[in-house]
Design a protein. Structure first.
Length: 607
């Protein structure tokens, strides 16, 4: 009988063995498929988690790596003169910054080259690195050409920021008026500070994406729109400004004075055509700012002084306008001195009998005392106040002062007397020149103006009448006598033009006592027949070659005023090479004071 192998135990075992690998393979496939499915589902879940649940977080982390906030500095507005000549403008510059840790690893040779380009010593550069850990500005307002040379050094950790550098073409001549900005391009002195809101503009801010090389590849958002500053136009004529500055410099040098200041005004509208101080400073050179800090202030607005005899015409105007006397009223000033409240007031000479016009011409203190003593203090104070004394001028210049004018109720006779000739009252040069506009404009106080654009003007107020036209014309004629050959202002004369003005020589008050230090001043206008320009000059503490206003300040007036008259083609009002002596060139007679406009003379014995 034949044996059936398929039914034998061995055969069964072999058959079972043949089916096992197939089942194992299927099982592994199922496991792998399961794992792939789980992984796929995990990826989907992870993607959902990242794309939906953690979207904000991931965007934030991405921006940390590649997004940057960039500032777009605005261009500061220019400061221009009345003829659009540039007094201040901004040019492109770079701020150089560094990561100290990386810069510290730079070879000494490269750091030495960097320091040289930054105009600093290696020690200074190393100190900056040591004092700062994460970030440090090495220098602001670096010239772009220099910045390019630094970039070529390819130093790790050194980079640049765009900014602007302020430049001042007129330099010293206009510095105390225009002022300057700090390293952050913010105005800190002068017009730069006063008009900051107009000049500054708005810095732009935007978010961007940068690649690994620091290049901007995408703008994310504009957080603040960049807007450039507005230009400011001043009333200044830079040519007259330069002339006045040089004349002040010459006078201060010649007389070894502490300082000099001057202001030139257009009488038609109060426009300040020139305003200068010496010594000054160069705002383009910022290394020695600590040493020149005292020269930054604009003394025309910020310094006050006792005006001395330049106050006399205003006192006379108050007396004339109140009909207390006429220009021909006479006073006996002999013997050249007078005692008031136990104090003696004296003249440089015994002038004897003088009328009011001659009191101005000779600048007699005794004559002024006799003029004002019978007049109520309130009458005098009213004119002084209306002329602008005791209050800040309408131009809100940084640091401007209002001077000192006490209320009339506190005046004793001696105080009323000394104030009438410029002692016991303090004024700024801006105040005294504005007060004199009442003589150049037939009695109307003309506010000073520094800004030509009405949109940016901060000095616009209306003119106001202070004295009668007849009073103004009479005092103007007296001031013309004061510049005659016999007057104290002889040095202010200009060939071909009639000049009206007044000198002032004042002892300085220090620690409550008058000392042998002087302020020499002169204020006047031209042409006297129809005033076009008004100018005031003050020289502080002249110590050589005289100290009187007529010899120190009047020549500055003459030289600057002559330049202005010729430059603006103002027609002469008298023959050339014919300086008259106490005469009106039109008639050959002494000036007519329009006596009919005034009250009868006050008898001298009533004084």
């Amino acid at each position: 009988m034949r044996r059936n192998i398929l039914s034998s135990p061995k055969a069964a075992a072999q058959k079972a063995s043949a089916g096992g690998p197939l089942r194992s393979q299927n099982l592994r496939s199922q496991i792998v498929l399961l794992l792939l499915t789980v992984a796929f589902l995990g990826l989907i879940g992870r993607a959902f988690y990242l794309q939906v649940v953690k979207q904000n977080f991931l965007e934030e982390r991405g921006q940390v790596r590649y997004a940057r906030t960039l500032t777009e500095p605005s261009v500061r507005g220019r400061i221009l003169d009345r003829n659009d000549r540039i007094l201040a403008s901004s040019i492109p510059a770079r701020a150089v910054w560094a990561i100290p840790e990386l810069l510290a690893r730079t070879p000494n040779k490269d750091r030495a080259q960097l320091a040289q380009l930054l105009e600093m010593s290696e020690t200074e550069l190393n100190n900056l690195i040591k004092k700062n850990e994460n970030f440090v500005y090495l220098k602001h307002q670096v010239d772009p050409i220099v910045a390019q040379k630094i970039a070529q050094l390819d130093i790790d950790g050194v980079d640049f920021k765009k900014e602007f550098r302020r430049v001042y073409p007129e330099a010293n001549a206009s510095a105390s008026l225009v002022g300057l900005t700090n390293i952050d391009d913010k105005g800190i002195e002068g017009v730069e500070k006063l008009m900051e809101s107009y000049l500054a503009g708005t810095t732009g801010i935007r978010r961007v994406i940068k690649d690994l090389k620091g290049r901007v590849v995408e703008d994310i958002a504009e957080l603040k729109t960049q807007k450039n500053g507005s230009d400011i136009r001043l009333t200044i004529d830079s040519q007259l400004q330069f002339q006045l500055y040089n004349q002040l410099k010459e006078a201060v040098t010649k007389h070894a004075a502490s300082s000099g200041s001057g202001v030139l005004v257009d009488t038609a509208n109060g426009d300040i055509l020139a305003l200068a101080n010496y010594p000054s400073f160069d705002p383009n050179e910022r290394k020695d700012f600590k040493n020149v800090r005292p020269n930054m202030r604009n003394r025309v607005f910020t310094d006050y002084y006792e005006p001395g005899s330049t106050m006399k015409p205003i006192s006379v105007a108050a007396a004339l306008d109140g009909a207390y006397l006429t220009p021909e009223t006479v006073f006996n000033t002999a013997p050249g001195r007078i005692t008031v409240d136990g104090r003696t007031i004296g003249d440089t000479h015994n002038y004897g009998v003088l009328n009011v016009a001659q009191i101005i011409e000779k600048s007699s203190n005794v004559g002024m005392a006799k003029i004002v003593l019978p007049i109520p203090s309130q009458v005098m104070h009213k004119v002084y106040s209306a002329a602008g004394f005791g209050r800040i001028p309408n131009i809100p210049y940084p640091g401007a002062i209002g001077g000192r004018l006490r209320q009339p109720e506190s005046w004793r006779p001696i105080e009323k007397t000394t104030i009438s000739y410029g002692h016991g009252i303090s004024v700024s040069l801006a105040q005294i020149v504005q007060a004199y506009t009442i003589f150049a404009s037939d009695g109307v106080l003309i506010p000073l103006h520094l800004f030509r654009d009405t949109a940016s003007a901060k000095d616009s107020i209306a003119p106001v009448r202070v004295i009668k036209p007849s009073t103004a014309r009479a005092v103007r004629s007296m001031l013309e006598l004061a510049t005659s050959k016999d007057g104290t202002g002889f040095s202010a004369r200009i060939d071909g033009y009639r000049i009206a003005g007044k000198t002032g020589t004042t002892r300085k008050l220090e620690n409550g006592s008058y000392v042998s230090r002087y302020i020499a001043s002169f204020i006047g206008f031209a042409p006297a027949s129809n005033p076009r320009f008004l100018m005031a000059v003050m020289v502080d503490n002249p110590t050589q070659n005289g100290y009187y206003g007529g010899g120190v300040a009047a020549p500055v007036f003459a030289n600057t005023m002559q330049y202005a008259l010729h430059n603006y083609n103002v027609q002469p009002d008298m023959p050339r090479n014919n300086f008259t002596n106490n005469q009106d060139s039109r008639s050959g007679k002494k000036p007519d004071f329009a006596k009919a406009d005034f009250a009868k003379p006050v008898p001298e014995d009533s004084l």
